[in-house]
Ligand binder design. Structure first.
Ligand code: UT7
Length: 343
C-alpha cells in the first residue's frame, strides 16, 4: 500500500512589500548632549559615524507602542484590514521581557485575530530575516499578508559612559506589510551568519549573571550590573566593509539586477563610512539615491532599514515601484540582503 499523499500547500507565486511605516521617538538627543557623557567632540562623531543626532524613547514609547504606531502606518499604506494579516514577525534585540513574545501583544492590539505571532533575534539583519520568513510563509500558502516589524529601544542597553557605543545607538520602529504579487517584488534573500565572531558585538552579561536570583526575588537588583551592548568597532567595521559588499553584490546577481538599475540603496544605518565604502565597491552610479538616515536617527539596529525606506519614500528621494537593494548586518554576526520593489 502506498502511503497517503499530503495535499501540497501552495500560496502566491510572488510577493512584494505593500506598505511601510515608521515611528521615531519624540526626544531628540543631539551630539552636544552625548558630550555630557563621554570625552568626544561633535566633529569626531560626525566624521567617524555620520551621526548628528538620534532619538531616544520615553517611558510611554515602549517596544509595543512604537511597533503599533509604525505598523498602523504600514497597514494603512497597504490598504488592507488588520484581519487579513496572517503572521506578525517582530525583529528586536531590545525587548527586555523574554516571555511572552512581544509580537502577540502587538498582533492583539492591531486586531490581527489569531495570526501566528513571534519574535526573532537577528540584530541589525532582523528586518531582512523577517522579510525572508514572510516571503516563505506567503509563497508556502500559510499566510496571505505578513507584518514584519523591526523595533529597538537600544537606549535601554546603552552604557552612556562607554565611549565606543554611547554616541551610536538610537530607538525607533519600522514596519512593512508583505503580501502576494503578480510579479516578483522580493528577490532571493542572501543571508547567513558567522558565529565565530559572536563576541564582537554582544550584551556585556547574560541576565542570570547580571542579577543574582535572590536579588531578583527580593527586588534588590544591583543597577551597576545592568547589561549593555558592547562593540569592538574596528573588526565589525572591517567585516562590514569587506564582506558585506560581496553579499550585496550576490543579492544583485541573484535578482538579475545591475547596480545602475536600482532606484535606491538602503543599507543598515551602522556608519556613514561603511555605506560610502560599499557604494565604492559596488560601483554604484551617483544617480542612485542612498539612504543616509543615520545622520538624524543613529543606529537603530532592526528598525534602521524600514525607517530609512519610509523616509526615502516620504521625501521623494525614492519612488514607489523602484527597485531597492537592502542589506542588514550586525551582532551574531548575521547578515541579510535582497533586492526589493519599493511599495
Ligand atoms: O550595527 C551593527 C554593526 N555595527 C557596525 O557596523 C559598526 C562598525 N564600527 C564602527 O562604525 C566604528 O568602528 C566606530 C564608529 C564604532 C568607531 O570608529 P573608528 O574609526 O573605528 O574608531 P576607533 O575605535 O578606531 O578609534 C579611533 C580613535 C582612537 O584614538 P587613537 O588611538 O587613534 O588616538 C580612539 O581612542 O578615536 C578614539 N575614539 C574616540 N574619540 C572621540 C574612540 N571613541 C571616541 C569617541 N570620541 N567617542
Amino acid at each position: 500500500m502506498t502511503a497517503p499523499q499530503i495535499k501540497p500547500a501552495t500560496g502566491a507565486a510572488y510577493t512584494r512589500i505593500h506598505g511601510v511605516g515608521g515611528y521615531r521617538p519624540v526626544r531628540v538627543i543631539p551630539n552636544s548632549e552625548v558630550l555630557n557623557w563621554i570625552d568626544s567632540s561633535d566633529e569626531w562623531i560626525r566624521s567617524r559615524s555620520g551621526i548628528t543626532e538620534r532619538r531616544w524613547a520615553g517611558a510611554e514609547e515602549t517596544v509595543a507602542e512604537m511597533s503599533v504606531q509604525a505598523a498602523g502606518k504600514a497597514i494603512a499604506q497597504a490598504g488592507i484590514a488588520p484581519e487579513q494579516i496572517g503572521g506578525v514577525i517582530v525583529a528586536t534585540v531590545s525587548h527586555l521581557k523574554q516571555t511572552p513574545a512581544i509580537a502577540t501583544e502587538i498582533a492583539d492590539r492591531l486586531g490581527c485575530g489569531t495570526a501566528p505571532a513571534f519574535d526573532i533575534s537577528a540584530a541589525c539583519a532582523g528586518f531582512g530575516y523577517g522579510l525572508g520568513l514572510a516571503d516563505g510563509m506567503i509563497r508556502g500558502g500559510s499566510a496571505e499578508y505578513v507584518l514584519v516589524i523591526g523595533v529597538e529601544r537600544l537606549s535601554d542597553l546603552t552604557d552612556t559612559s562607554d565611549r565606543s557605543t554611547a554616541f551610536i545607538f538610537g530607538d525607533g520602529a519600522g514596519a512593512a506589510i508583505v503580501g502576494p504579487s503578480d510579479t516578483p517584488g522580493i528577490g532571493k534573500l542572501i543571508w547567513g551568519s558567522d558565529g565565530s565572531q559572536r563576541d564582537v558585538i554582544t550584551q556585556t552579561q547574560a541576565w542570570d549573571t547580571a542579577f543574582a536570583k535572590e536579588d531578583a526575588v527580593n527586588g534588590a537588583g544591583d543597577e551597576t550590573r545592568w547589561p549593555a551592548l558592547r562593540m569592538d568597532g574596528q573588526p565589525v567595521f572591517r567585516w562590514a566593509v569587506y564582506e558585506m559588499a560581496k553579499v550585496a553584490q550576490q543579492a544583485l546577481d541573484a535578482a538579475g539586477i545591475t547596480a545602475d538599475q536600482l532606484g535606491a540603496f538602503i543599507p543598515h544605518q551602522a556608519n556613514m563610512r561603511i555605506t560610502d565604502a560599499m557604494i565604492k565597491t559596488l560601483k554604484l552610479p551617483e544617480s542612485v539615491p542612498v539612504a543616509r538616515d543615520i545622520a538624524e536617527t543613529g543606529n537603530t539596529s532592526a528598525a534602521s532599514i524600514p525607517l530609512a525606506m519610509e523616509r526615502m519614500l516620504e521625501t521623494g528621494e525614492a519612488k514607489s515601484g523602484d527597485l531597492a537593494l537592502i542589506i542588514g548586518f550586525g551582532a551574531g554576526l548575521v547578515y541579510a540582503a535582497a533586492v526589493v520593489t519599493l511599495p
